[in-house]
Design a protein around this ligand. Structure first.
Ligand code: R5P
Length: 303
């Protein structure tokens, strides 16, 4: 790292994240222009001087296909203009769910995406990537990565706002994570049995929850996409006579209409982390990201 402050460059749609990150991490906020030529190709221009600076691209990666090419172009431009290094803060890291070949002929896109990003930037800071069948980003990313964990923030939010909560996790794999959130919130927890039949077709089985009948169910998941998992669980809980559940997601990916459908299904409230800008954002992960950023820059600093 050079003596000058790092510069944070927001990709389109990440201006608020970049400003908040710059303020929290003591970095300078720079400016980039990204637009499309009439033929659909991407034009990029870095408006701030990056020479000799550590450059940090701020770009969350939901709906990633339109974002990755501009991101790679801005990174390459920064390097050519003399940046000391180029890293990425991506609060939501995409393409983590297709982590094996479920059916013959499928691509393992989490691996290919990781290879692609590993050539575009020198390091990544993110929050709770969906590590289901993998235990560490190192298994697929060849660059240094720092992962922030939202669990303590979720526990704090629940402890402050929900009376007598019982936490409900989406599946057996999430048990450890859900138990940790529940433990810190001083609440009991259960996990569902989930079978996914298709993108939008999810079957959930509730465990025996009779002893928690007087509690408020708090559904937690790392990703809410179609919201099928949560909608199905909310409906079952409501049918069994439970109070309207609170739904908490780390990453509000939300397919079109999913958020509205979840609210209509009988949820009391839907709250998410601001890893992706959404009206449901209520838990701030910027301090986590700023800590990760500081760690990455410290690693680069001359000893
Ligand atoms: C999957 O293993 C994740 O933890 C989530 O449960 C899943 O992504 C939720 O997807 P959806 O909102 O489409 O049910």
């Amino acid at each position: 790292m050079t003596a000058t402050r790092p510069m944070i460059l927001p990709l389109p749609g990440n201006e608020a994240l970049a400003a908040s990150l710059a303020g929290t991490a003591g970095a300078e906020l720079g400016r980039v222009t990204v637009r499309h030529f009439p033929d659909g190709e991407t034009y990029v221009k870095i408006e701030s001087s990056v020479e000799g600076r550590e450059v940090v691209l701020a770009c969350t990666l939901h709906r990633p296909d339109d974002k990755v090419l501009p991101l790679a172009f801005v990174a390459a431009t920064a390097r050519e203009l003399g940046a000391a290094g180029v890293g990425l803060v991506a609060p939501y890291l995409a393409y983590m769910r297709q982590d094996r070949r479920f059916r013959a002929g499928e691509g393992i896109t989490s691996t290919y995406f990781a290879r692609l990003l590993s050539t575009a930037v020198a390091w990544i800071v993110t929050v709770d990537p969906h590590l289901h069948r993998r235990t560490n980003l190192r298994e697929i990313y060849s660059i240094p990565t720092t992962v922030g964990h939202a669990a303590p923030l979720l526990s704090e939010w629940i402890a402050e706002r929900v009376q007598r909560p019982v936490l409900v996790g989406p599946d057996a794999e999430s048990a450890q994570w859900v138990n940790a959130v529940a433990g810190a919130a001083g609440a009991p927890s259960v996990v569902l049995e989930k079978v996914r039949h298709g993108d939008r077709d999810v079957e959930v089985k509730l465990p025996d929850m009779d002893r928690w009948r007087e509690h408020t169910p708090v559904l937690i998941d790392d990703i809410i996409s179609t919201a099928g998992t949560m909608i199905e669980t909310v409906r079952r809980l409501r049918r069994s006579g439970f109070a309207a559940p609170v739904c908490i997601g780390v990453h509000p990916v939300f397919a079109p209409g999913a958020y509205e459908e979840l609210l209509e299904s009988g949820a009391r409230e839907v709250v998410t982390c601001n890893t992706i800008p959404h009206v449901s954002n209520g838990i701030d992960v910027v301090p986590l990201l700023a800590r990760g950023l500081t760690d990455q820059l410290a690693r680069l600093a001359p000893q």
